[in-house]
Write a protein that binds this ligand. Structure first.
Ligand code: AVJ
Ligand code: FE
Length: 456
């Protein structure tokens, strides 16, 4: 078997899967729905669509493929750093039909690059100097198909952002998906927390060919024992916090969190509605009873942090989360996914927008980690206590604006992916980040506590 052929097959499938999803998320609205701004936090969907094409042109067609530019005039319009989201509707953007045609034209070129590019390079992908986007870096970009994986992940990340835009949008539902399966019989019997014994583990990766720069390099981290919730915090548990007056008691909140709660008058997660003594939620255009056994979603970091303090616990650090999700004490190895190195399938995790909501807590026994924790991947992104920074030895690749410009700790790390995250953009090393006030992402959390002291 030819390893380059296998890379080409995987790359083509990942690009095609992403494009089908992009089109499904945009073809379901008319031109007004695509050009409107549904929230000041989000771009018009037609911006995401053309930006997906433009990034693919810049990195795949030009930088990796060495092909001439198609539409260099579009670069400034679709540069996320030149125009804040709130200002994007006023730009002279491509129309929906023009954006679709542009993305399709770029994709034709990409498939030519994929067919012709040499993919067998063994060049190290970890430590490559970063240049401006005009610098061609075809060797490292093409190594084991990295650039194809990078663009498939980029498109899927924007698809998840577009899904969040759909959730913010007012109006009748346009998205459909079957409900997730009910919780397995043992969900109610699970211990509330698992113990992760102290000791070193391998954090990050130097070998995963499609891992992004901020996941690199692999490094040893030694952690004391800790305890971690077996599952994400449920709506039922979170409602206890709400009904116990958690939003009215500054004892549970960090000073910044309390100031934010006051300023924004937060009373409950985003999209929750009180109806007498019942709680409802809005979900993709429908209003429905709050499902008590699903993970809470649409909470900001400050809310997660306050809940944890109320519960007498804390958020896990990013390193704790990754150790729980990867470390196999039987072998000492770091796994790619909690269940092992196999690609995710529907029995492992709620990923890929197969459902439009999280599955009940305790679901997916086949996806459990060696420590016994469930649903570490999929369902909801999980806030950690850690500010986003580079690992020791971090090198930006291929551009500083993917992650390096967000380092410094203002952004909090989220782990694990949501029901709206595609498997290509989800693994136990994958790092997401957002500001501690953000609630429109599909984020929940689980809590942790210091473990029992080690016996020596
Ligand atoms: C990794 C999800 C924080 O959407 O802002 C997309 C991904 N970067 N285009 C974001 C991203 C550039 C990024 N997140
Ligand atoms: Fe982007």
């Amino acid at each position: 078997t030819d390893p380059a052929a296998a890379v080409r097959r995987r790359a083509r499938a990942a690009l095609e899967t992403a494009r089908l999803r992009t089109l499904a998320l945009t073809d379901c609205l008319d031109d007004d729905g695509l050009t409107a701004q549904h929230s000041p936090l989000m771009s018009p969907l037609v911006w995401d669509l053309a930006h997906i094409g433009n990034q693919e042109e810049i990195w795949l067609v030009r930088a990796a493929g060495g092909r001439p530019p198609l539409r260099p005039d579009l670069d400034p319009l679709y540069d996320a750093f030149q125009h804040p989201r709130a200002e994007r509707p006023a730009l002279p953007l491509l129309s929906p039909d023009q954006a679709r045609a542009y993305a399709a034209e770029v994709r034709d070129q990409s498939l030519n690059v994929l067919a012709e590019a040499p993919l067998t390079s063994t060049a190290a992908t970890t430590a490559t100097p970063t240049g401006p986007p005009t610098d061609p870096l075809p060797g490292p970009l093409l190594d084991r198909g990295f650039v194809f994986g990078m663009l498939a992940q980029h498109e899927q990340q924007h698809d998840e952002t577009m899904l969040a835009t759909h959730q913010l949008r007012q109006g009748p539902p346009v998205l459909e998906a079957p409900a997730p399966p009910p919780a397995p019989a043992d969900a109610a019997l699970l211990p509330p927390e698992v113990l992760v014994p102290g000791g070193p583990f391998e954090m990050g990766t130097s070998t995963d060919p499609w891992a992004l720069d901020n996941e690199r390099p692999a490094h040893r981290v030694d952690l004391p024992a800790f305890r971690l919730d077996t599952t994400p915090v449920s709506n039922r548990a979170y409602l206890d916090f709400v009904q116990d007056g958690g939003y009215a008691d500054p004892r549970w909140w960090s000073p910044q969190g309390w100031a934010h709660r006051q300023r924004e008058r937060l009373e409950a997660p985003l999209f929750w509605l009180r109806d007498g003594d019942r709680w409802l939620r809005r979900r993709f255009g429908r209003t429905e009873p709050l499902p008590a056994d699903q993970p809470v979603v649409h909470v900001c970091w400050y809310e997660a942090d306050a809940y944890a303090r109320w519960a007498g616990r804390r958020l896990p650090t990013e390193a704790e989360w990754e150790k729980a999700a990867r470390h196999d004490p039987a072998t000492g190895r770091a796994l790619r996914h909690p269940w092992g190195d196999q690609d995710p399938d529907p029995a492992h995790a709620n990923l890929g927008q197969r459902h439009l909501e999280p599955a009940p807590v305790g679901s997916y026994p086949d996806g459990a980690a060696p420590c016994g924790a469930r649903q570490l991947l999929g369902d909801v992104w999980e806030w950690t206590s850690t500010g986003f920074t580079g690992y020791p030895g971090f090198t930006a690749f291929p551009y500083r604006e993917y992650s390096e410009v967000f380092f410094g700790g203002d952004y909090k790390v989220l782990r694990g992916g949501s029901f709206g995250t595609d498997p290509v953009a989800c693994r136990s090393t994958f790092r997401n980040w957002d500001l501690p006030v953000r609630r429109q992402i599909f984020a929940g959390f689980r809590t942790a506590a210091d473990g029992p002291p080690e016996r020596s």
